[in-house]
Design a protein around this ligand. Sequence first.
Ligand SMILES: Nc1ncnc2c1ncn2[C@@H]1O[C@H](COP(=O)(O)OP(=O)(O)OP(=O)(O)O)[C@@H](O)[C@H]1O
Ligand SMILES: N[C@@H](CCO)C(=O)O
Length: 293
Amino acid sequence: MLTVRAPATSANLGSGFDVFGVALGAPADVVRVERAPETTISITGAGSQYIPEDPKKNTVGAVAEALDAPARIRIDKGVRPSSGLGSSAASAAAAAVALNELYGRGLTREELVPIAAEGEALVSGEAHADNVAPSLLGGFTVVTDGGVTQVDTSIPLVACLPEITVSTRDARAVVPEHARMDNVVDTVGNAATLAVGMARNDPELVGKGMADEIVTPERTALIDGYAQVRDAALEAGATGVTVSGAGPGVLAVCHHADRRAIAAAMLDAFDAAGIESRAYQTTVGPGARLYTD
Ligand SMILES: Nc1ncnc2c1ncn2[C@@H]1O[C@H](COP(=O)(O)OP(=O)(O)OP(=O)(O)O)[C@@H](O)[C@H]1O
Ligand SMILES: N[C@@H](CCO)C(=O)O
């Protein structure tokens, strides 16, 4: 049996819609695989009751099919689905690493990115790879048609997850089809600032570079209490705040010493809006890890 732990991720980071992503130190999914004549899936853990065990409807089933690697697959969910923390991607990334090893396919982590993205196509209608790439490779990733660029970094983060759900499919429906050129110019500048900040491990540059006037404002409207939570995090010292992935998770970038106060401020602000939430105080971390029993 092979076991893989694959981390939650946060995609977009505001200015990098469908391009940027980071691996989170926590939470994570754990996937165990054994060879079998046909693929079966069982699921335990966070939100498992909302996730289909039918291989044709589960991201790990799509990965098993893409790798022609049937298996008995057990998923222990650390990442709740429809969270904005790359839940479906964490399972897909873990399965890709595990099944690649189980069947000796010999693919590199980079080569597994489009395979794991097949799972994302299944659940959100598009094979966007901005969650599976950081879950497989760790650190900060930039996904383009030309491939994936990755840099290791350890920027401190707080990811706050409210007890509401926003499906990626619904959140993609509000993305505007057109943008004004001045907003595009601003967003390109912010994205470049953010990327430099990641390379320099500088939370000030990363936070500043998350600003985005094109996609983020449309999505914040889907998250009750977002404005209050953002303001509370900024007051508590966050260098930048944005929607995590497609939401409803909210991501704050900060200095290490401010994480606790920011987490408390975000939890209180959601609470004041009548919404329970939990906060992960973490950093950008490593990618999927394989264990052999
Ligand atoms: N292995 C899996 N883990 C989690 N969700 C899955 C899995 N397989 C299928 N799904 C389905 O995918 C949907 C959740 O995926 P979605 O992309 O909406 O959320 P997410 O991965 O948490 O968020 P985001 O991509 O915005 O970070 C749910 O409908 C869930 O049932
Ligand atoms: N880039 C995707 C990520 C979903 O997690 C989106 O925002 O729709």
